[in-house]
Design a protein around this ligand. Structure first.
Ligand SMILES: Cc1cc2nc3c(=O)[nH]c(=O)nc-3n(C[C@H](O)[C@H](O)[C@H](O)COP(=O)(O)OP(=O)(O)OC[C@H]3O[C@@H](n4cnc5c(N)ncnc54)[C@H](O)[C@@H]3O)c2cc1C
Length: 410
């Protein structure tokens, strides 16, 4: 019997596996994919996550590959509304870093392979889980495994959550976006691109902005972030899920809204819809062991959720993966304690459930605010929004906003 089986070897499951292995636990990861996904999803990694990555020995390799973003700029209608510096946001890591999710996942898998060779089992699909009271039985397409605790790190469509009978509720409304990666003129020293510069200076006279840029425009928000390898990610809010749109459509939309003419695309554009959902609990209901001794410890729910399986947060603001990693940082020691001291297992896991659901609610609120700021606006609403953005980028509000954007309160 294993201490822990983790269902789902995405960024959160693999991070948790590393945390548990570093803590000396016997852990195995089941991942249904036989080949890693190359879908471009999370890019932003915040200072609290960098500290967590340092604790498992991954931060240096990640920092070597990632781009450091030290500031963000907000623009509207060709003008700069304000600027936000991340320099004072977090001691030790005065920046947010950007790296494509598949590269981050690959670093985490490599680290776990060093810590527990052969325990990341690709191509194994979980089919069902059953809490027996003293252990959980996991059925897979290649046999059954038993573990003291089973962790559902299997993403927003979690089968573990469903099998554990945990409800999932939607918060707020859904939004749609189109994103794509393009050559980054800043990385090749070009002073301007097309009809407008990315920075504040007039066309053709200054380096373009190498940080993050948010364009709060009448037709909806456009966001732009640097990526390693001379690339830049562009994301634009759309009126509908534009699944047929290509990178030329995205470039045309961005030019129409912001005046920025994008250079050549790197790969296809992709449309996505975001919604926010939270699980009603991050832990299954306890099951009593039939006929056990009278003095047994309180029963504990042995199926626990982390990451998107527990909370799906809008990518606008780049929090989902980071929030899941912070779940892992909290869950690692809680599981260690639950295994060593069964008498306190129920209370430490109840604390994990309460504190991480509350972090999930805060992240969802913040992402909801980000999404509402990015909606189309005209006339008085546009002027009021711009005034609010200006005030949020000035002292003292700017420090609070920088802390929120670097996930210091999660
Ligand atoms: C466009 C976009 C941009 C984003 N940008 C950011 C960002 O900048 N910053 C940020 O923090 N977040 C961002 N996110 C969110 C981030 O991608 C997710 O929060 C993150 O992937 C969640 O990780 P996870 O490990 O919980 O789940 P997932 O990444 O969904 O991984 C779950 C894993 O479980 C496996 N699995 C599922 N079912 C089973 C089964 N039955 N048996 C075995 N394995 C199974 C899957 O194959 C998968 O590998 C973005 C998301 C999108 C869509």
């Amino acid at each position: 019997m294993r201490d822990i089986v983790i269902v789902g070897g995405g960024p959160v499951g693999t991070m948790l596996a590393c945390v548990l292995a570093v803590g000396g636990l016997d852990v195995e990861v089941l991942e249904q994919r036989s080949q890693p996904s190359l879908r471009s999803r999370a890019i932003g990694i915040h200072p609290p996550s960098l500290r967590a990555l340092a604790a498992i020995g991954v931060a240096d390799a990640l920092l070597d590959r990632a781009v450091r973003i030290r500031e963000g700029e907000v623009r509207s209608d060709g003008h700069r509304l304000g600027q936000l510096s991340f320099e004072r946001a977090a001691p030790g890591y005065p920046f947010v870093v950007a790296l494509p999710q598949y590269e981050t996942e690959s670093l985490l898998r490599a680290r776990f392979e060093t810590l527990r060779p052969g325990r990341y089992r690709s191509g194994v699909t979980m089919m069902g889980v059953r809490d027996r009271g003293d252990a959980v039985v996991v059925s897979t397409d290649s046999g059954t495994i038993e573990a003291r605790f089973v962790i559902g790190a299997d993403g927003a469509r979690s089968r573990v959550r469903e099998a554990a009978g945990i409800d999932w509720r939607q918060l707020g409304q859904s939004e749609t976006y189109l994103m794509g990666d393009f050559v980054d003129p800043a990385s090749i020293g070009t002073a301007s691109i097309g009809t407008a510069s990315l920075g504040t200076a007039p066309i053709g006279t200054a380096p373009v902005n190498a940080g993050a840029v948010l364009y709060f425009e009448r037709g909806g928000v456009v966001e732009s972030f640097p990526l390693p390898g001379g690339r830049r990610r562009w994301v634009a809010m759309t009126d509908f899920l534009a699944t047929d749109a290509d990178s030329a459509d995205l470039a045309a939309l961005i030019r129409h809204r912001t005046g920025v003419r994008l250079p050549e695309p790197l790969g296809a554009a992709s449309a996505f819809a975001v919604q926010q959902r939270l699980a009603r609990s991050m832990q299954s209901k306890p099951v009593q062991v039939p006929g056990g001794p009278m003095s047994r410890p309180p029963a504990v729910g042995r199926i626990v959720l982390v990451g998107d399986a527990a909370h799906e947060i809008s990518p606008i603001g780049g929090q989902g993966m980071n929030l899941g990693w912070l779940d892992a940082v909290a869950l690692g020691p809680a599981l260690q304690r639950a295994l060593l001291e069964p008498a306190v297992a129920a209370s430490v896991l109840a604390h994990y459930d309460r504190s991480r659901r509350s972090a999930g609610r805060r992240a969802a609120l913040q992402a909801g605010f980000n999404m509402s700021m990015g909606r189309p606006a005209h006339g008085v609403r546009l002027r009021a929004r711009n005034a609010l953005v200006r005030s949020l980028t000035l002292p003292p509000a700017n420090q609070i906003v920088a802390r929120a954007f670097t996930m210091r309160w999660l």
